[in-house]
Structure formats: structure tokens, C-alpha cells
Design a protein around this ligand. Structure first.
Ligand code: ATP
Ligand code: MG
Length: 451
């Protein structure tokens, strides 16, 4: 009896220390995206449950602001059915997601729940959706090439394991198709594909056409379509990054294919404006420029593995100085520009090589490969400069040997750069063809994953 008493006393004491008022609050206002409540005591980012019996029952929301006694919340789901007076209970936790290798081949929603109807995922471990980037001093240096399987990239824009690249393009010039090609053909161990703010219809198209069954088998897809509330789009981006971090922690080389950063930034803008931030740069509140480096810096190398990132950025009317494009370009280790002009000529992937840079190319490609790439770039530049003359027939063959060579090699270079979606290419084939185009023999030790 005495034992029972002492156990009971322990629990009675414990319950006395809980202050239920602190954990429970009540809705005072719902306006657009923003929900306000009196209490509970919570920190920014904390997940709360709103009990809305006339709505969906329980709605998960996150604390986005604190103003005196007022807690500002935003829901991950639709807010229909929330009334003034509904209970808000804090969970004491930040958003986290279950992770395991069983995520491979699966499609998740913005909160990490499977949405492909293939059942629940057994996961013994949880990862926080928001995390700090690896300590810069513990990051491994990028020294090894990652093969994308896309000739134009592997040949002329070599990418390192753990590098972060931006894909800048207008709408409909082949961003999603290019990401699908990389996912299918890359030498990375695992792909994590983040589809943030895309049209819902496109998600199935991407999985069926661009990725295909073989691509899907070694990928995890995180989807938060444009119809989802902005907080869900934002968290989808973090959840995808957290999944990539989990696989990186297993010592793997991960490929993070992120479509699109622009839609992520717009979701952050909607939230910032809703909680009363002032619009600062071209309508974007300061939190947008704060959140982008936080997201993008999580990619890259750690002391265990690597995450190579390809992030798409929408540029309207080729405006590369638009604030989102400008900020992202400053953070990443290189950029690729997709050109509408090339797409119109059915030159796919429509990568404008001369406007694209991989800042780590000098580190990850061998000396002869670099020389060959430089040679081809020069030929392309010479052709581009003389193109107007050539097109109108004003160029006289024989008057400039460099232009003559550029003209002679033009169609061979185009054949090298143009690649059908389903066309597979090993790095050996790519570099041998590149060497032949530049009249150089690329030595065997540069044909593998050059270190
Ligand atoms: N490699 C390719 N080969 C053939 N056609 C292509 C290729 N890449 C893109 N296309 C064509 O361009 C169209 C648009 O491609 P995609 O959906 O990849 O562009 P996007 O930039 O992602 O567009 P959005 O801005 O709408 O998301 C495709 O439907 C297809 O017709
Ligand atoms: Mg797309």
C-alpha cells in the first residue's frame, strides 16, 4: 500500500506542477491566413493543435508571431471551421518528421506524411524540419565530381558532390524536365525531389513522365502544391531538406532537386505580410531574405556525406536582377540559365552554356577536361559573336580561322549538347566526345569521377 501511495504522490506532485493555463489558449481572431489566440504559452515555430469541432476536428498550426499576450498562428491545413473560442493546445514541439530508408520510392506531403496511398512508413527516428546548417569548419571540402548524366552539364559545367546550383529560367523552358533527367541519370545514391508550389496536376506528370519508375525507386518526393496554404509550402521545403539531411547523415551522396525557390520565397512573403512585416524590397518583406540563406545553406557537404542541390528560380522576362534571383545567385556555387531562344529551336535541354557558370568546375574536373571545355566554350563564343554576320551571309569563309572552325564544329557541338530525355550517357562517353570535339585526348584517369 505504501508503495502505491508513494507512486500516486509522485504523479499528484507532477500534475500539480503543470500549469494547464499555460498549455491551453483560446482563439480570439481569424483573419485571412492569420489566426490569433490568447495563450497558450509557446515559442515561435512551436506546433499547436486547434480543436475546431465544426471544422476538421483538429487542425495543426504553428506559432508565427507573439504580440504581448496574443499568439499569432498559421495553419498547415485549411482553416475552415475555426471559431472564436476554440481551444488551442501547445504541443511543446517544433515540427519534426519520421525518417528511414523506407522513404525511398515514396511521395510525402509538406509535413512528411505519405500521400501516395502505399501505406504508412515505419520510421524509428525523427528529424527536425528546421535545422541549422552544418558547422562550416566541419564541412568536407568539395573535391569530387558528381555525374548528372546530362552531357551539357558533365562536359561544360562540371558539378562537385555537395555543390549548390541554381537553374534560372522563365516558365515552360524545361526546368522540370531537366530535373527529371538528372534524377534518372545521376550517380548520386539518393534523390530528394521537392516540388514546392507547383501546379497539382504537374506532380503526377513529373513522377510518371520525367522521373519514371527507375528514377522514383531511388527518390523521395516531397510535394506541397500551389493550392496548399503558404505555411505548408514553406514547411515542405524544410521537410525535403530534412529528408536529404537524414540520408547525408548515413554517409550518402544525396541529390536535392528543388522546384522552385521562387515559390518558396513567395510563400514566405505571404506569411510575412500577413503577420504585419513591412514590404521592403520590391514587395518582399525582410524575412524572405532571411529565410533563403537559412534554407540553402543546409545543403552541401557535412562531415558525413554530401547534398548536391539543384534549385530552380523563375525569372520573368529574363530579369536576372529581380531580388529573389539576385539573392539566390549570391548564395549558390554557380548558376545555369535556361534560354527560351534555345527551347524555341527545340534545343533541349535549353542550357545557355555561355551564360552559365559552375564555380567549382576548376576543382572537380581534370586539367585536360578543363582545357577541352574551355576550347569548346571559346568556339561557341566566337560563333555567337559572328552569328549575325553568318546568318545574313555576310561572313566570307576563310577570312578568320577561328570563325571557320566555329562554323565547322557548330553542328557537332549542338549534337553534343542536345540530349533526349531518355538518352543515357556515361561520364566516359561524355568526356571522350568532348575531347574529340576539342581535338584533345582526355587521359583515362580523368574519365572516371576525377578526384
Ligand atoms: N528535354 C526535352 N526534350 C523535349 N521537350 C522538352 C524537353 N524539356 C522540355 N521540353 C518541352 O517543354 C515543355 C515544358 O517543359 P517543363 O515542364 O520541363 O518546363 P518548366 O520550365 O518546368 O515549366 P513551368 O515553368 O511551367 O514549370 C515540355 O512540356 C516539353 O514539351
Ligand atoms: Mg516546371
Amino acid at each position: 500500500m505504501a508503495v502505491l501511495d508513494s507512486i500516486l504522490t509522485k504523479y499528484i506532485n507532477a500534475t500539480e506542477q503543470i500549469d494547464p493555463i499555460k498549455c491551453v489558449g483560446h482563439i480570439t481572431k481569424v483573419q485571412g491566413l492569420l489566426i490569433e489566440s490568447r495563450g497558450p504559452q509557446a515559442i515561435i515555430g512551436e506546433v499547436c493543435r486547434i480543436y475546431a469541432p465544426k471544422g476538421r476536428g483538429v487542425i495543426r498550426a504553428e506559432v508565427v508571431g507573439l504580440r504581448g499576450e496574443t499568439v499569432q498562428l498559421m495553419a498547415y491545413d485549411e482553416t475552415t471551421g475555426i471559431e472564436v473560442g476554440n481551444r488551442v493546445v501547445s504541443t511543446g514541439e517544433l515540427l519534426s518528421i519520421p525518417v528511414s530508408t523506407k522513404l525511398l520510392g515514396r511521395v510525402l506531403d509538406a509535413l512528411g506524411k505519405p500521400t501516395d496511398g502505399k501505406g504508412d512508413i515505419e520510421a524509428p527516428q525523427y528529424y527536425p524540419a528546421q535545422a541549422d546548417p552544418p558547422n562550416p569548419l566541419q564541412r568536407k571540402r568539395i573535391t569530387e565530381r558528381i555525374v548528372t548524366g546530362v552531357r551539357a552539364i558533365d562536359g561544360l559545367l562540371p558539378i562537385g558532390k555537395g555543390q549548390r546550383m541554381g537553374i534560372f529560367a522563365g516558365s515552360g523552358v524545361g526546368k522540370s524536365t531537366l530535373l527529371g533527367m538528372i534524377a534518372r541519370n545521376t550517380s548520386a545514391d539518393v534523390n530528394v525531389v521537392a516540388l514546392i508550389g507547383e501546379r497539382g496536376r504537374e506532380v503526377n506528370d513529373f513522377i510518371a513522365n520525367d522521373l519514371g519508375p527507375e528514377g522514383l525507386a531511388r527518390s523521395v518526393i516531397v510535394v506541397s502544391p500551389s493550392s496548399a496554404p503558404p505555411l505548408s509550402r514553406l514547411r515542405g521545403a524544410y521537410v525535403a531538406t530534412a529528408v536529404a539531411e537524414y540520408f547525408r547523415d548515413q554517409g550518402l551522396d544525396v541529390m536535392l532537386l528543388f522546384d522552385s525557390v521562387t515559390r518558396f520565397a513567395r510563400a514566405q512573403r505571404e506569411i510575412g505580410l500577413a503577420i504585419g512585416e513591412p514590404p521592403a524590397t520590391r514587395g518582399y518583406p525582410p524575412s524572405v531574405f532571411d529565410s533563403m540563406p537559412k534554407l540553402l545553406e543546409r545543403c552541401g557537404t557535412s562531415d558525413k556525406g554530401t547534398i548536391t542541390g539543384f534549385y530552380t528560380i523563375l525569372v520573368d522576362g529574363d530579369d536576372m536582377d529581380e531580388p529573389i534571383a539576385d539573392t539566390v545567385r549570391g548564395i549558390l556555387d554557380g548558376h545555369m540559365v535556361l534560354s527560351r531562344r534555345l527551347a524555341e529551336r527545340y534545343h533541349y535541354p535549353a542550357i545557355d552554356i555561355l551564360s552559365s557558370v559552375s564555380r567549382l568546375a576548376p576543382v572537380v574536373a581534370g586539367p585536360v577536361t578543363k582545357k577541352a571545355g574551355g576550347y569548346i566554350r571559346r568556339l561557341m563564343a566566337v560563333y555567337a559573336e559572328a552569328e549575325d554576320l553568318i546568318d545574313v551571309g555576310a561572313y566570307k569563309p576563310g577570312s578568320n580561322p577561328a570563325i571557320d572552325e566555329a562554323i565547322a564544329k557548330k553542328s557537332a557541338i549542338d549534337n553534343f549538347l542536345i540530349q533526349a530525355v531518355e538518352e543515357k550517357n556515361s561520364i566516359q562517353e561524355t568526356l571522350q566526345t568532348l575531347g574529340n570535339l576539342a581535338n584533345m585526348q582526355i587521359p583515362d584517369d580523368e574519365l572516371g569521377q576525377y578526384v
